[in-house]
Design a protein around this ligand. Sequence first.
Ligand code: PHE
Length: 338
Amino acid sequence: MLHPLEELRDSALSYITSAADEHVLEALRVQYLGRNGSIALWGEQMRALSKEERPIVGKLLNEARNAVTAALAETGERLRAANEANALADIDISLPGTVAELGALHPLTQMLDRAIAIFRRMGFALAEGPDVETEWYCFDALNTAPDHPARNEQDTFYLPDGRLLRTHTSTVQIHTMQQAPPPIRVIAPGAAFRRDEVDATHSAQFHQIEGLYVDEDVSVADLKGTLEFFLRELLGPETEIRFRPHYFPFTEPSFEIDVKSKALRGGEKWLELCGSGMVHPAVFEEVNRARGDEAYDAEKYTGFAFGMGMDRLAMILFDIPDIRLFAGNDLRFLRQFA
Ligand code: PHE
């Protein structure tokens, strides 16, 4: 004759192995192994048993618990596997898969990255400023008179609140000097915006790398050496550069810099690349005023600054015929640089 515990075990096993799904199985687990389940109740009754009976019942109880636990685990596993198989049965494995397309860097980003890497080797840190600016950062602090043509509505995108889209990255010169005293050695790559007539070589948004170097005894020779080294690293050792006198309100003297290199398409022609010059003392003065100190003492410090146009350089280096392609979002164009 079977002991009631053996009967309990057998009926539990038959229910468990025939459970139809995981919910039923969970209910059975609670019914048998739960805190108030049948097996727990038997455990409590043990105390009432005699010394002789206790080990026998204890052994049966253990066997029952182990058998039920094992059956629950096994059935659970079987139900899970069946579920998975059902889910997979709904998938048509003959359909073509989804290809994960890999992205690549935009040609202008590649151009900027190359330039940044060279300047970093010369000890230039990265600086940045916002695209939306006040007139003070874009013009006043840069010694640009209120009637300067660049401030004209026709050249600058003004916002209704009087702010504007920066017309050059020279704004970052001011942000940088406001934030830290000399010495300063930074470059600031970024976008600039002008209301140009848009055509193959003019875009309302273009890109510059601004450079600013302020320390004791910085001279035009440092400017020249820095840019010459940069361009020869970028375009090869035979690259030539040329300084032409120019005018910018925020530098004195000011130069435009042209470059000629075999690496550039159209080889022997000079390419106008860069505005530059020695930081005007009036700029230091305005920065001091904003800082409320005399950190930029024009008697002690000098500096050079430059603003290099990157779009045309990239166009010539990568043989891109139209500046509008940069912002056209055409994958046929972009894939050529992946
Ligand atoms: N900001 C000037 C421009 O965009 C270039 C420049 C930068 C000139 C720094 C001098 C010094 O044309």
